[in-house]
Design a protein around this ligand. Structure first.
Ligand code: GAL
Length: 471
């Protein structure tokens, strides 16, 4: 690492100021605190601050620096999982013409405001010079393409629909994870754990399920995977903005399951981040949690072994599905270091870049040549090797046989941002009004949530500019 690029800066306080005082003041604040400009620099903004996230990012930055040793890399990381805070910071910068040379973005809708506003440059030339059409499958490439133009390059593929478990706890209670294929079976296991008084009275025990929803999205993500488990025809309609009736039975079934899930969660859920909730499972204070496979990076940092200390299974009802969360980088218009910005993209989309980043991140590489290379796959741990096998099976079998890839709406890909904010707000209200309540109170909370979600969709109907056909 070069001067300036050692420790990643966390600008949480600045970000809070941005949120509180609004975009104009936020940009001013950033001006006062931003890293010093350098003659030949690459400024990279991400939200990767957890143990696994920052290890993976560091590997990628080092790969770039090794290839471009005269460039000073200036990374800035905005704390807050899933970019919950980051998105409020980056947008005013981009709109003010002050975009960094590179910033993290999800494939799909999350890019759209930047594309439609003319803030991103076409990278068609880079796609063609790097022959990326030969390496990125069209299902992934199509998520970074708008009106025939490529605007970003994928770095990873995360799986959203994963439940993580503490294996010694399940073993001690004779719970076989491979039998937890339905939500009733999963809840029965949670009930069994909550009735084991030896376990529940042991020091440090918290709850059967770990939840950390201080940033709201973490709870909405649980609901997303329950909705996927209602079946892909429903999920496709939902993300296409077609489900506008709050008495839709699939929606009601998903939200009812969500209320039940909450009954088994830890009391301090609202004060924990996603990685603090992961730590409850890692440390044996909870048995399960539902989270994307960036969580694997946390188990790795904690030196835990897959199949010994922990395990995973697909969220019930989603065994043949892969919930896609794809991190990308783009080439903003008018950046200070355009050549460095484009070179960054070539590293991100290269075999070297993807192999530097993905093994520590918990994700799998989007490049098919890497996925099909046994030597490359051998460099991944057992969780990711299993994920690669699942991904390949799902893409090979296809929808005709009931195998699906589906984009995450919680992570910005599948639906416009204008519905995400009201979804997260409604879910947050729901968590506090439904958790551990009697069935009548829960029923009221469920119908309030169903109405809030469907009316958010109706209100934002004009923002649905993409029609998904799931693959
Ligand atoms: C997701 C992102 C992942 C991971 C996670 C938690 O949105 O795609 O790379 O960082 O948030 O922060």
């Amino acid at each position: 690492m070069k001067e300036n690029s050692g420790a990643i800066k966390t600008i949480y306080a600045v970000i809070l100021a941005v949120i509180i005082t609004g975009a104009a003041v936020g940009v001013g604040t950033w001006y006062l605190t931003r890293p010093a400009a350098s003659a030949n620099a690459l400024t990279v903004y991400t939200w990767w601050t957890s143990g696994g996230e920052s290890a993976a990012l560091q590997n990628l930055l080092t790969t770039y620096e090794n290839q471009y040793p005269t460039v000073t890399v200036i990374p800035t990381a905005v704390a807050g999982g899933a970019g919950y805070v980051f998105k409020s910071v980056i947008k005013p910068l981009v709109l003010a013409g002050e975009a960094p040379d590179a910033f993290q973005v999800h494939a799909g809708y999350e890019m759209y405001p930047y594309v439609s506003g003319g803030y991103l440059a076409s990278i068609n030339d880079t796609w063609s010079s790097q022959s990326w059409n030969s390496y990125f499958p069209s299902v992934i490439a199509s998520e970074v393409q708008w009106s025939g133009t490529y605007y970003a390059v994928p770095l990873d593929i995360h799986r959203a629909n994963v439940i993580w478990y503490n294996k010694p706890i399940l073993d001690a209670n004779n719970i076989n994870a491979s039998t937890l294929t339905t939500w009733p079976a999963f809840f029965a296991a949670c009930q069994q754990l909550s009735q084991n008084t030896t376990l529940t009275s042991s020091p440090g025990w918290s709850a059967p399920i770990a939840l950390g929803d201080t940033d709201q999205w973490e709870a909405t993500m649980v609901l997303e995977e329950m909705m996927a488990g209602q079946g892909m025809p429903f999920y496709q309609n939902f993300i296409n903005g077609v489900i506008t009736n709050s008495s839709d039975s699939n929606l009601q079934n998903a939200t009812a399951k969500f209320a039940e899930y909450l009954n088994y969660t830890n009391a301090n859920h609202a004060s924990l981040t996603w990685d603090e909730a992961s730590a409850l499972v890692i440390n044996g204070q909870c048995a399960f949690n539902l989270m994307g496979d960036w969580e694997n990076g946390e188990f790795k940092v904690a030196s835990k072994n897959y199949g010994v200390d922990y395990g995973t299974f697909p969220a019930p009802g989603t065994a043949n599905m892969y919930g896609l969360v794809i991190d990308c980088f783009e080439h903003p218009e008018g950046v200070k270091d355009p050549t460095n910005s484009l070179n960054w993209l070539t590293v991100v989309g290269s075999t070297a870049g993807e192999m530097a980043f993905n093994p520590d991140k918990g994700s799998i590489p989007p490049r098919t040549d890497v996925l099909n290379n046994a030597t490359a796959v051998a460099q991944f741990g057992p969780y990711q090797q299993a994920a690669i096998a699942d991904y390949k099976l799902i893409t090979t079998e296809g929808t005709a046989n009931g195998y699906y890839l589906y984009p995450s709406f919680v992570h910005g890909s599948a639906m416009p941002q204008s519905v995400l904010t009201p979804f997260n707000t409604a879910v947050n209200v729901f968590v506090s009004s439904a958790r551990l309540q009697n069935s009548a109170t829960q029923a009221t909370a469920i119908s309030t949530l169903d109405s809030a979600m469907t009316s958010a969709i109706s209100t934002s109907s004009g923002d649905f500019v993409k029609s998904w056909t799931l693959h």
